[in-house]
Design a protein around this ligand. Structure first.
Ligand code: PXG
Length: 290
């Protein structure tokens, strides 16, 4: 595997980061997870725009233009024949001292990994996920805004631990007010009375790119889409539920806290959206080239 590091493609063994990089010492940095389908990178402009917004929010100046980053992503995919894969784009604060001060760090590091994708088992897309709500609440936006896709994912990791310890694969996190926010690496949707509902960004979520695509596809299909603050009441009484994310795509949920959603099978609108997402993802994107 060839890894992109600061302008060069290097063999995996040479792709090393300093122990003084603040990405390691403090989780000080930002990232994106991007997919390629059929030799094209999906939603590249949107991912790069979000990367720059995350960087802006933590006062990190990426030493490259957005166009340069896009070219580097395409080049890294090309070098690794990553035609149906997963791209991890990382910008760390760079090498600094053992103190927090980010202004003492030299130059942000840009790293791109183009690899295979680790998906949920295929049968779960037909059977649906069993998930739980957990006690670890999503970060308070005034403390660390969930809109920032930072290298500090401990909030999500703690929720994931709770889910796995409860015997399921995924967790729903509530915000500090008790409203539903999102899963540990996916956004959440419900269908109720034919309407598609999802928490607004003010609920303290990462505004997922898959989320936005699914909302647009649903509107095209004539489904009413609303962003709405939701409590656990809303999810327990929903007709259908699913999660969306770059890695998960659209995955049905059939049980929450051991309560059955709908009739316990993935719902018809969920399956229609899953198909429409697959069709769209498989036929759009920026062609991979050297
Ligand atoms: N919420 C959170 C907290 C995320 O980290 C999403 C929602 C969905 O956003 P996108 O833009 O992907 O639709 C994410 C994205 C992984 C992995 O390896 C996680 C994400 C993306 C890619 C891979 O678990 N999270």
């Amino acid at each position: 595997m060839k890894i992109y590091m600061n302008g060069k493609l290097v063999p995996e063994k040479q792709a090393r980061v300093s122990v003084f990089d603040h990405g390691l010492l403090y989780g000080d940095g930002v990232f994106e997870g991007i997919r390629s389908y059929n030799g094209r990178v999906f939603m590249l402009d949107e991912h790069v725009a979000r990367l720059y917004r995350s960087a802006r929010a933590i006062a990190l100046e990426i030493p490259m233009t957005p166009e340069g980053i896009k070219r580097a992503v395409l080049r890294t995919c090309h070098a690794n024949k990553c035609n149906n894969g997963y791209v991890r784009l990382v910008v760390t604060r760079g090498v600094g001292t053992l103190g927090l001060n980010p202004y003492l760090c030299k130059k942000p590091q840009i790293i791109i990994i183009a690899a295979d994708i680790q998906l949920y088992p295929r049968e779960l897309y037909k059977k649906g996920l069993d998930i739980v709500t957990v006690g670890t609440m999503r970060n308070q936006p005034e403390a660390l805004n969930p809109s920032i896709k930072s290298l500090n994912y401990l909030n999500n990791v703690l929720a994931k631990i709770e889910a796995i310890n409860a015997g399921v694969m995924e967790a729903i996190m509530l915000n500090p007010q008790g409203f539903v926010s999102e899963a540990t690496g996916d956004n959440l949707f419900i269908i109720r009375n034919g309407e598609l509902l999802t928490p607004p960004t003010e609920a303290g979520i990462l505004e997922g790119i898959t989320r936005n695509v699914v909302m647009a596809l649903a509107r095209d299909m004539g489904i009413t889409v609303r962003e709405k603050m939701m409590s656990r009441y809303d999810i327990y009484t929903s007709d259908e539920m699913f999660l969306t994310g770059t890695a998960a795509e659209v995955i049905p949920v059939v049980r929450v806290d051991r309560r059955v959603i709908g009739d316990g099978n993935p719902g018809p609108q969920t399956m229609a959206l899953l198909k429409s997402f697959k069709d769209f993802a498989g036929s759009s994107g920026t062609p991979i080239h050297a």
